[in-house]
Design a protein around this ligand. Structure first.
Ligand SMILES: Nc1nc2c(ncn2[C@@H]2O[C@H](COP(=O)(O)OP(=O)(O)O[C@H]3O[C@H](CO)[C@@H](O)[C@H](O)[C@@H]3O)[C@@H](O)[C@H]2O)c(=O)[nH]1
Ligand SMILES: [Mg+2]
Length: 203
């Protein structure tokens, strides 16, 4: 059963959404399905729709920050979908990864260490968000964590055997916010977390 949020909450799902059938279009790295549903319109009429979904599970991202230095840790890596869109493809992002069955807190800490080399003990959940709800099922849990020089336990860089070659950047918060305005930072979860620390006057 596919969870389809509808106005009024989950109890309404069977009264407003009927899943009639599904076809697996691709089941490789991600699961791509075409599902036929009937959706009850607000005027009471049922309407049949076909919708494609890309499911590669949920994810977690974490912005590492240092209050005294007013700095953040970000990463730069090649993202093929961005290249396919017509840009060079190296994207600046907070550390992030797929849950792979783990709790988002576990993933946030694991990815922080794997990708940036910083070991953090406490992470604070600040929001959860769908990044592309028209087609991608993924919900991202977004965290903050404080770091300092003692948190650095390795070079980071990600897992070479998974094709990761991740550069670690330490930036001042003002410089990072300027990079949103200039378009140098164009990853949604990263923009959301950087703006959050400014909005909440954390940095
Ligand atoms: N073989 C194969 N490998 C892939 C494919 N797509 C990605 N990978 C590899 O799998 C790794 C997964 O690394 P994670 O760190 O777990 O995930 P992520 O790609 O960084 O994803 C994070 O950021 C995404 C973009 O913002 C998020 O969508 C995702 O939820 C997560 O937060 C990637 O680095 C890449 O090397 C694919 O189609 N095939
Ligand atoms: Mg990652």
């Amino acid at each position: 059963m596919i969870f389809v949020p509808v106005p009024g909450g989950r109890d309404d799902v069977n009264e407003k959404v009927r899943v009639l059938g599904e076809q697996v279009l691709s089941n490789n790295w991600g699961l791509v399905k075409k599902t036929t549903i009937e959706l009850k319109r607000r005027n009471g009429e049922w309407q049949r729709q076909e919708r494609e979904t890309y499911d590669r599970g949920d994810g977690a991202g974490v912005l590492l920050y240092n209050r005294a230095q007013r700095t953040v840790i970000l990463t730069r890596q090649f993202r093929f979908p961005v290249f396919a869109h017509g840009e060079p493809g190296w994207l600046i992002e907070v550390v992030a990864g797929k849950l792979d069955g783990d709790h988002p807190v576990t993933t946030a800490k694991k990815e922080a260490e794997e990708e940036s080399g910083y070991r953090v003990h406490d992470v604070e959940l600040v929001m959860s968000a769908y990044m592309s709800p028209g087609s991608v099922t993924e919900k991202l849990s977004l965290f903050l964590a404080e770091y300092d020089a003692d948190s650095k336990v390795s070079a980071g860089g990600g897992l070479e055997d998974e094709g990761e070659d991740i550069e670690v950047l330490e930036l001042g918060i003002d410089a990072a916010l300027d990079m949103i305005a200039s378009g140098e930072i164009a990853d949604a979860k990263t923009i959301m977390l950087l703006q959050h620390v400014r909005l909440k006057r954390i940095l």
